[in-house]
Design a protein around this ligand. Sequence first.
Ligand code: AMP
Length: 296
Amino acid sequence: MTTARTFEETREAAMGTVALVPTMGFLHEGHLRLIQHAADRYESVVMSLFVNPTQFGDASDLDTYPRNEERDVRLALEAGADIVFAPCVEEMYPEGPDATVSVDAVTEGMEGDHRPGHFDGVATVVTKLLVGIRPDAALFGRKDAQQLAVVRSLVRSLRVPAGIEAVPTVREHDGLALSSRNVRLDSEARSRAVQLSAALFAAADLIDRGERDRAPLVGLVHSLLADDSTIDVDYVELADAATAAPVESIRRDAFLAVAAHIGGVRLIDNIFIDATSGRVDRGQRLDGPSILYGEA
Ligand code: AMP
């Protein structure tokens, strides 16, 4: 079986050690990296494909979210997935508006403030996937740094017996973090969007030179983005990687995050700072154009 529609079918098809890669589809190389990471380490890789309505506050964002199941199944299998779990809304939410998983402190600030209800939707659907599929591990991208902290928190708190593994951010050739939403950027917005990663990389250079304090790092990103009046910044934040709480200086693992609207599309990005080594993880760039464009 390659495409499963129910939790039961998915559990029956998954053999041996099982890794879960949750996605909302319209795959790009960031998703494929998660699948490859899972396939190298686990006997069965389940990729879930579900555009989760409860994590969208904005109905038009949900309506215009790009979808192409046939393409996603093909790409997932080529990358090493064994099963694509693509449920309908009723399989995921059989009781209609049902039990909700709500994670406290980690969801405050940043995405939690700007997208009310978003993390309840994420935490609820991730819990359903972990409980319903019972994988040994689930993989998430560092690109969504606060989401990663939320998932780690809920797994610890609810004692879900699954390991959570993180994979670095994959970027387009010019540095823009890959996102399924990038296909909604028109060419002008696309050319401006690179400024988000460029501003973070400038801050990364400052960290490489020894800077650890919030004010100069956050200030630099704000000032670089302020040069372009068409970039509408939601926030720039230096946060603890585990708690997602704002920090005044980098003493433990942290991330420097930005969220902004460009050409009607909301984009997020971050760099991860390993406090022990002092190294900044800027992610990995593609050599050429992403499969998001062209290859359909
Ligand atoms: P999504 O389909 O956007 O919900 O993302 C599914 C998973 O892929 C999440 O764990 C994301 O953090 C991860 N992801 C999304 N974009 C990237 C990226 N550019 N690099 C690495 N992982 C990513």
